[in-house]
Design a protein around this ligand. Structure first.
Ligand SMILES: Nc1ncnc2c1ncn2[C@@H]1O[C@H](COP(=O)(O)OP(=O)(O)OP(=O)(O)O)[C@@H](O)[C@H]1O
Length: 829
């Protein structure tokens, strides 16, 4: 792509305009690149050229302005060199100017020319004015060329003719031959033009010294010659530059031509394209019209098609609706037929089922009869087992007697052995008779030992059998048993006693009848209902703890046999729970004493037992260790269950190894002190928490390698009185609410166990969570419902008895149905 500068340079018009100022442009270094390159090759000329315009300018200012038509040196340099014959005859002015281009001599010559123009006589005046004498002798300024020729040279009188070829001493420097270049570059006409510079020696009229004049002329000549030489050099450089410019112009002209041609071509192409465009526009217009026409046609066609399709669709839709209606009718007919068939089939099935049910009903009745028979058999079995048990107990006693006998026999034998040994010693020195008697004695001794060993083995076997039978017996009695105990009135200060009927000691009845509160009938009569309640056993106020314990000792035995046993006392405040459980002759001390005795006896049967006790309370749904007196360092107790061993442990709870009976008493005392006690209006010193005495029993038999792990839980529940009755407030009210909630949870758990529910809500309260493995399952539970004998407590007594009845009705075993029947009667009455 060409730059704008180059494009300008290539413009012929601009080039033409610039050409006259080439030198000035060169001096200011703004010439086009082509020119600059050319000038660079002419370094010498360029240096001189640069000075030329300055000189010329100086001359122009000094010399009169030239004729307007006259061409400048540069212009003329651009002109082609004409043959000599064509050259115009140089005017004196031009010849003069050609010879004197620069320097002060030119000014002088100009002055001289002006002087010549005016008058020939003015020359001396002018010379005198300038201080120089005129160098021209010619009086005809209009024919300057003629004066240059040798022929025209005027003769010099009395003077030696100056010769250019033979210079005199004065003009030695001038007469030196000019350089060949200088000479050769100028034609002969130039030589001719120089000739007029030789002044014709004239004799001045006023007698001026000719030699002096000649010297002056020589000097002037010399100056002129030098100026001429410089001018020639300038001319040559200019010619070269002009030539180059011409070349450049030619090149540019050629370029311009090319560009013109190209421009024309492009113009033509543009015209062609314009024509093409017009044609295309026309074509497009035509095509557009065609398309629009086609589009309209298509649109019309599509409209027709759409109308056709809509018509077809309508027809198809009507056809499908018709088919659908027909199918629907057919399907409805089919469905009705099927329904009728199904109905008939179902009626037949109903008839069959009725027949079948009748048969099944008969079967059920039969099986019911059979069950009743089985029940009777079981009852008789139970009786048999009971008799067996009594028999076994008799056997046991007999065996025990036998063992005792054997032990005495063994002692006797031992004594006899001792005697025999003495006899042996005595008879040691004796003969054969002595040794025979000794052998006899030894054999008898072995026999006696063998009998003793057999008796022991039999005893162990009997013990195992006894355990099995005992457990069966316990199971038959029911795994949840409820007994009722009514405490005696402590004095008249307590108030009137309620009317309670107890069972006759001679009968096996376990029914208690409580005469209820006064009720006013609709006729205004005052009635008192008699409310009967039946439990596994009822203890009258006269019954002591000893007799109570006799009843529960079997459960303690079960704990020793490896069962989890839970005995708890339930009842309102002051009904005798703590008395029954923790008094000095209560269940806890008696149980531990019994356990000690049994453990000691069981040692003979190769059973070794360890016993650990802990005592905790549940207060406001929080577990507290009753054996840890230091309240500050109390750690939070956590319940952990071992699902495999069915055992419960309380983390961070103090456990005491009960290796002596004294430790139990100490433990109970400490627990009593630590137990949360608070005063309520219902009882002066009332326990407001549930206390649980946990006895862990682990037994191992070294002979049979048996191991048993049982737990005995003796629970003293908090008072069960209702919130309204207790008139508790603030903290007491919170305690009472908490107690009631946990007792309700206990009832729910027992109820769920009785129903055989898959989910037993043990976790609903801390108490039931703690006793999880001692309530239900394979464990044995006994609940004592404690009753106050006072009239004032009658309402609470009835509530407690109803709760206990509910628990009692969850009995598992053969007695359950009987008890249920009794319960139904009681509720009816
Ligand atoms: N069988 C009984 N023979 C003699 N006195 C009894 C008998 N039962 C309870 N008592 C006495 O009755 C009072 C209240 O008994 P106890 O403290 O055992 O009641 P409680 O139900 O444990 O009350 P709380 O739940 O408030 O502890 C005590 O003085 C106790 O000695």
């Amino acid at each position: 792509m060409e730059s704008s500068e180059n494009r300008n340079a290539l413009n012929p018009a601009s080039t033409k305009l610039r050409l006259p100022t080439t030198y000035a442009a060169t001096a200011t270094a703004t010439a086009p690149t082509g020119l600059k390159e050319i000038s660079d090759s002419q370094s010498n000329a360029r240096a001189q050229m640069s000075s030329i315009p300055t000189k010329r300018a100086a001359n122009d200012s000094a010399v009169a302005p030239p004729d307007a038509k006259r061409k400048t040196l540069v212009e003329r340099a651009g002109e082609p060199i004409q043959p000599k014959s064509q050259l115009p005859a140089p005017t004196p002015t031009s010849a003069f100017l050609t010879g004197t281009i620069s320097g002060a001599s030119i000014v002088q010559l100009a002055n001289a020319r002006n002087a010549n123009k005016t008058t020939a006589t003015a020359l001396p005046r002018a010379s005198s004015a300038t201080g120089h004498r005129p160098t021209y002798s010619s009086t005809n300024p209009s024919s300057f060329t003629k004066s240059l020729g040798p022929s025209s040279r005027p003769p010099v009188t009395g003077l030696r003719q100056p010769s250019f070829n033979q210079p005199t001493n004065r003009s030695r420097s001038i007469s030196k031959p000019r350089p060949a270049t200088s000479m050769s570059s100028h034609g002969p006409s130039r030589d001719v033009s120089v000739a007029p510079t030789q002044p014709a020696p004239t004799q001045p009229p006023n007698g001026i010294d000719v030699d002096e004049r000649l010297n002056e002329v020589d000097a002037e000549w010399k100056v002129m010659k030098e100026a001429f030489s410089i001018s020639l050099q300038d001319k040559k450089a200019m010619e070269t530059a002009v030539q180059m410019a011409k070349n450049q112009v030619d090149t540019l002209e050629a370029e311009r031509q090319k560009l013109n041609e190209r421009n024309e071509l492009l113009q033509k192409e543009m015209d062609a394209l314009r024509q093409q465009f017009q044609q295309l526009t026309l074509t497009l217009e035509r095509q557009k019209m065609d398309h629009e026409y086609q589009l309209q046609n298509k649109s019309r066609e599509h409209e027709h098609e759409v109308q056709e399709l809509q018509r077809k669709l309508k027809q198809e839709s009507e056809r499908l609706q018709r088919i659908n209606r027909e199918e629907k009718d057919a399907f409805e007919r089919q469905c009705r037929a099927d329904l009728e068939g199904e109905k008939a089939k179902a009626a037949k099935e109903v008839r069959d089922l009725r027949l079948k049910l009748g048969a099944e009903q008969q079967d059920i009745n039969k099986s019911l009869l059979e069950k009743e028979r089985e029940l009777r058999q079981l009852q008789s079995q139970l009786d048999d087992l009971r008799s067996e048990l009594s028999q076994e107990q008799k056997n046991k006693r007999a065996l025990q007697e036998q063992i005792n006998e054997m032990a005495t026999t063994n002692g006797k034998l031992e004594a006899r052995n001792q005697g025999l040994r003495a006899q042996i010693d005595f008879l040691e020195s004796d003969s054969k008779q002595q040794s025979d008697s000794f052998a006899q004695i030894e054999a008898r001794l072995r026999e006696a030992l063998e009998i003793a060993e057999n008796a022991k083995q039999k005893l162990i076997k009997e013990e195992t059998e006894r355990r099995i039978l005992f457990n069966k017996y316990q199971e038959l009695k029911g795994n949840i048993r409820v007994m009722c105990r009514v405490r005696p009135a402590l004095g008249k200060s307590e108030g009137n006693e309620a009317k309670i009927m107890f069972p006759d000691a001679k009968t096996s009845s376990a029914q208690i009848e409580v005469t209820g509160l006064e009720e006013k009938s609709s006729f205004g009569n005052i009635n008192r209902k008699v409310l009967p309640f039946e439990f596994d056993r009822v203890f009258a106020p006269s019954v002591h703890n000893e007799e109570i314990f006799d009843e529960i000792s079997q459960l303690v035995q079960s704990a020793l046999d490896g069962y989890n046993v839970c005995i708890f006392c339930y009842g309102q405040t002051g009904s005798g729970k703590t008395y029954t459980m923790s008094s000095p002759d209560g269940m806890i001390p008696r149980a531990t004493h019994m356990i000690y005795d049994t453990i000691t006896k069981l040692r003979e049967k190769s059973w070794t037992y360890t016993m650990e006790g802990s005592f905790v309370e549940v207060y406001n749904e929080e577990l507290n260790d009753l054996l840890d007196g230091s309240n500050n360092s109390k750690k939070k107790l956590e319940i952990r269950h071992d699902d495999v061993r069915k055992q419960t442990t309380v983390l961070n709870c103090k456990t005491v190894a009960l290796d002596s009976a004294d430790k139990v008493e100490m433990m109970l005392k400490q627990a009593q002190n630590n137990r949360s006690v608070a005063a309520t209006k219902a009882n002066e010193r009332s326990s407001r928490s549930h206390s649980v005495f946990i006895l862990k029993l682990v037994g191992e038999n070294s002979v049979t390698n048996e191991r048993c792990e049982g737990t005995l839980n003796l629970v003293d529940l908090a008072g069960s009185e209702r919130l309204k009755h207790s008139q508790a407030e603030g903290e007491r009210m919170k305690e009472t609410q908490s107690i009631n909630k946990s007792l309700a949870c206990l009832g729910d758990v027992i109820e769920a166990l009785g129903r055989g529910s898959s989910h037993v809500p043990y976790r609903n309260s801390k108490l039931t969570h703690l006793l999880q493995y001692s309530l239900g399952g394979n464990s044995k539970t006994l609940m004592f419902v404690m009753v106050s004998p006072l009239e004032a407590h009658l309402k609470e007594t009835i509530t407690s008895l109803r709760f206990a009845t509910k628990v009692h009705n969850t009995h598992i075993g053969t007695a359950k149905s009987t008890k249920k029947a009794i319960k139904d009667r009681s509720s009816e009455s």
